[in-house]
Write a protein that binds this ligand. Structure first.
Ligand code: ATP
Ligand code: MG
Length: 258
């Protein structure tokens, strides 16, 4: 089982869209996929028509007790309408965690521990995280084998990214294996100077860490979210879906080479 996290301390950069797009493409080739929503806003959960305000069992329950059981973890998972894609949903209660976690040791590995019970049930786990450095993002980074950092190609794109890279350095001090990551340029519009120059700057500063796949501005993503389906189901030929398919090919190649 591979675990990928999608994170950036900046909001609205396409994190949730990346989770949904990749989950859709992986499921279409027959992989069993679990998405984990660690964002208290629950956008990923809402995408699949579950209500983060009403949901009873959620990722929050992973933090209630330090000792987790396999049946408890399995009972938190719901099926989505998309074949082969399950969801461990978020509830708004997750928002209270940051406060409760203060001074409590060991909450940073709760998601990693929970996923150990699921290694025979899924081929891929994709974690969505909130745009805030806190216990939830730390859990996502501690649990994953690979991190995808979507970065909006706009003015000052690199500023937010620097903060994220510092966070990775901090996490790496606590991890056995160094966390590998891919920077994914998003919202690219080649007609705008801000997109073109920020992409060039990303390449200059981060070199091969920047994905060859660049996600363009594509209104189909919004249309897919309105319908509650993964983007590749709505339109498998769209430019946005093509970009995510390319990212996925690169990530799978990377795994083979690793
Ligand atoms: N490449 C794109 N082109 C056009 N619209 C996009 C693109 N990617 C995402 N969107 C839209 O932009 C909005 C924000 O995207 P998304 O929710 O994926 O960002 P996020 O990083 O998860 O945000 P947050 O930090 O609030 O969780 C959504 O309405 C989504 O449909
Ligand atoms: Mg999101």
């Amino acid at each position: 089982m591979q675990v990928w996290a999608v994170a950036n301390q900046k909001g609205g950069v396409g994190k949730t869209t990346t989770v949904v797009s990749i989950a859709g493409l992986l499921s279409e080739v027959g992989y069993r996929v679990l998405m984990v929503d660690l964002d208290p806003h629950g956008s990923l959960t809402s995408y699949f028509r579950f209500d983060p305000d009403e949901i009873e069992l959620s990722a929050y329950d992973l933090f209630e007790r330090p000792d987790l059981s396999s049946s408890q973890v399995n009972s938190l998972i719901v099926k989505t309408d998309s074949e082969n894609i399950d969801l461990l949903p978020a509830s708004t209660a997750l928002a209270t965690l940051e406060r409760k976690a203060v001074g409590k040791e060991g909450l940073g590995l709760q998601v990693a521990k929970a996923l150990r019970f699921l290694k025979d049930r899924y081929d891929y786990v994709i974690i969505d995280s909130p745009p805030v450095l806190g216990v939830l993002m730390v859990n996502a980074l501690a649990a994953c084998n690979h991190l995808i950092i979507p970065v909006q190609t706009e003015f000052l794109a690199l500023k937010g990214l620097e903060r994220m890279i510092r966070t990775i350095d901090m996490i790496n001090r606590a991890r056995k294996a160094k966390l590998n990551y891919t920077i994914l340029p998003t919202f690219y519009d080649r007609r705008t100077q801000a997109s073109v120059s920020s992409l060039r700057e990303l390449h200059n500063v981060y070199g091969e860490k920047v994905s060859g796949a660049v996600v363009p501005v594509d209104t189909k993503f919004r249309n897919a979210s309105i319908k509650g389906v993964v983007p590749s189901t709505l339109d498998s030929g769209s430019r946005g879906v093509h970009a995510y398919a390319r990212l996925l090919r690169n990530l799978l190649e990377h795994r083979k080479g690793a």
